[in-house]
Design a protein around this ligand. Structure first.
Ligand code: NAD
Ligand code: ZN
Length: 339
């Protein structure tokens, strides 16, 4: 693979109508919920493929469907395709675009907070396999991201709140001023500072991706704060039970507690984070039905594991973090048991 490829893409901040009118004539893939709100506002005769909403759509079956549909639309190596939706549509169509006729340009039009601040950027595409999440995919950046926060007006509240977990993450790992703002007043779809906050997150992710595109230098891995334990919670709760951001919120609190326990995280940080996330409406306690042993086993299976012990991106103090490798499972277990 050509590893000199850039994984960051230009981001254009636009209105919903500008985003939709930019798609005139571009084969566009979306899901049924997004289509219900926005299909009627696309320019006439824009080819549109509407897929079922939800995580199961990130599958080989729908990947094949996207490829076949592109062929049926007469797409060639010179065509481009658009992904209009959340991370599910973005990851699936990103994979399809990066492999269709060996790769055609992709326009990402994120419509969830999660996609706007995270999944539409950084060039990771993929689908789930029956064996696990995101097990097949590519590194391939979109040609452009059209970002319109106006799409959030129709996003269900639970999905919006889930997306805020990633915003809290950017504050906790690298932006103390953002974290202070969130603690002072949780983010809402009509918050006056929403546009500014989204831009800060986009810049933060782009900076990590540019510094460490292939996640080999420990910089991009800082974005995994809350995700080592969060992914284990998400998997064991059963995909679809908890939204990704909800599991990440629990994971951030648990990893921060672990950080305090092993002397990496400043004392008192976990409590500030926990009470702030609660006010944001996010769940913060690891579900009591999930056994510590099973969580540890699940973490050990995670593909991001490095050598012996477990790796965590831990906050040192508000707005700063570091990668800590080789954390003993016993420490993690003791920390989880103290919940
Ligand atoms: N590639 C990456 O770097 C990366 C990063 C984070 C997450 N992800 C992936 O992203 C996926 C989750 O993405 P998500 O949280 O956006 O979920 P999603 O794509 O499932 O969207 C959430 C729900 O909101 C609906 N929806 C989307 N936009 C809407 C709008 N504007 N109005 C009304 N309804 C709307 C969707 O139909 C869906 O029901 C996961 O598969 C995850 O693995 C990828
Ligand atoms: Zn995440």
């Amino acid at each position: 693979m050509g590893r000199s490829v850039r994984l960051t893409a230009p981001v254009r901040y636009v209105t919903v109508d500008e985003a939709l009118s930019s798609l005139a004539g571009t084969p566009t893939v979306t899901d049924e919920n997004v289509a219900r709100h926005y299909a009627g506002r696309l320019p006439p005769r824009t080819p549109l493929l509407v897929l079922p909403a939800g995580e199961p759509t990130k599958s080989l079956e729908y990947l094949h469907q996207v490829w076949s549909w592109l062929l049926s639309q007469g797409a060639t190596r010179k065509s481009r395709v658009a992904a209009l939706g959340g991370g599910v549509v973005g990851d699936l169509v990103g994979f399809a675009a990066s492999t269709f006729m060996r790769g055609i340009p992709l326009v990402q039009v994120p419509s969830t907070l999660m996609a706007m601040v995270d999944s539409a950027h950084g060039g990771k595409t993929g689908i789930n396999l029956p064996e696990g999440k995101n097990l097949a995919g590519t590194f391939s950046a979109p040609s452009e991201v059209l970002l319109a926060v106006g799409f959030l007006a129709t996003l269900p509240q639970r999905e919006f709140v889930s997306g805020t977990a990633e915003v809290w993450k950017y504050g906790a790992i690298g932006n103390p001023a953002l974290l202070d703002r969130l603690i002072a007043s949780p983010l809402g779809p009509r918050s006056p500072g929403l546009g500014k906050t989204v831009r800060e997150c986009v810049r933060a992710k782009a900076a990590c991706v540019r510094a460490d595109p292939w996640e080999t230098k420990g910089v991009r891995a800082s974005l995994n704060f809350g995700h080592t334990i969060g992914h284990a919670i998400e998997a064991l709760a059963g995909y679809g039970e908890l939204l990704h951001g909800e599991a990440v919120a629990m994971g951030m609190v648990a990893e921060s507690g672990l950080g305090e326990r092993i002397g990496v995280t400043e004392r008192g940080f976990t409590e500030r984070l926990r009470s702030g996330l609660l006010r944001q409406g996010l769940p913060v306690a690891v579900p009591s039905g999930l056994r510590t042993e099973s969580l540890i086993e699940q973490m050990a299976r995670d593909k991001k594991r490095t050598g012996e012990g477990l790796a965590f991106s831990l906050v040192t103090r508000a707005g700063e973090c570091k990668l800590v490798e080789g954390v003993e499972a016993g420490e993690v277990a003791a920390s989880l048991d103290s919940r």
